[in-house]
Design a protein around this ligand. Structure first.
Ligand code: PRP
Ligand code: URA
Length: 217
């Protein structure tokens, strides 16, 4: 784990791994088209989700192997929930479901107003009993943090107490915004970039994630 900047590991974990770094370089490139971009987002998500979910609670169970009975571990409680912020978060949800196939899926529809950069919410559909589940909120980009904060607000409103945020790229402004509003929500990133530009895009960044995933540039 690499720990750049002023954020303690309980707040921010930036996954430091050569495969993640290599894939982030490909994601940043203007020469990477939508099909490869989608695959790379899913591959990076798998690698960093492994770290983000490291603290999932487990419980002991007895399993019968072909040789004998043994005490082993399984995830405790109700199946976790993965909640994607539309549109771009959808690509990460698919990756998480290959890792945690029993996860329940929630969707929060949100887009940034082009002038104010504030999130506009247009959809909210969360799994039953989400308040009793471990929740992983996914969105590839943590820019101003407005969308993530609004999404976590909606999860808290639904009674969630154990929420983690997983993004591919973030910047200090977004991490600070989430941490100020929701200090108990740990953030896992594949890379922490320098800053936001005047249009609230991450620098150096990768551009508009939704447009690159869906080819709507
Ligand atoms: C992008 C991204 C985040 C948001 C991040 O979505 O997927 O949801 O911007 O920016 P913020 O941290 O400043 O809120 P966008 O608003 O472009 O919507 P889209 O996925 O529907 O294109
Ligand atoms: N949303 C994106 O997709 N990219 C950014 O750099 C900022 C917000």
């Amino acid at each position: 784990m690499n720990q750049p900047g002023a954020f303690p590991t309980s707040v921010l974990n930036v996954v430091d791994h050569p495969l993640v770094a290599h894939k982030i370089t490909l994601l940043r490139s203007v020469d990477t088209g939508p099909a490869e971009f989608r695959s790379l987002c899913q591959e990076v998500t798998l690698l960093i989700a492994y770290e983000a979910l490291r603290d999932l609670p487990t419980t002991e169970t007895t399993v019968t192997t072909p040789i004998t009975d043994t005490v082993s571990q399984e995830l405790a409680g109700l199946a976790p929930a993965v909640v994607g912020i539309l549109r771009a978060g959808l690509v990460m949800v698919d990756a998480i479901l290959t890792l945690v196939p029993q996860a329940r899926v929630g969707h929060l529809g949100m887009y940034r107003d082009p002038e104010t950069h504030q999130p506009v919410s247009y959809y909210n559909k969360l799994p039953i009993n989400i308040d009793q589940r471990e929740v992983l909120l996914v969105d590839p980009m943590l820019a101003t943090g407005g969308s993530a904060v609004a999404a976590i607000d909606a999860l808290v409103e639904a009674g969630c107490t154990r929420v983690r945020l997983l993004s591919i790229l973030g910047c200090p402004e977004g991490v600070s915004a989430v941490h100020s509003a929701h200090p108990n929500v740990p953030i896992t990133l594949a890379a922490l970039d320098e800053r936001l530009n005047d249009n609230a895009y991450i620098v150096p960044g990768l551009g508009d994630a939704g447009d690159r995933i869906y080819g709507t540039l």
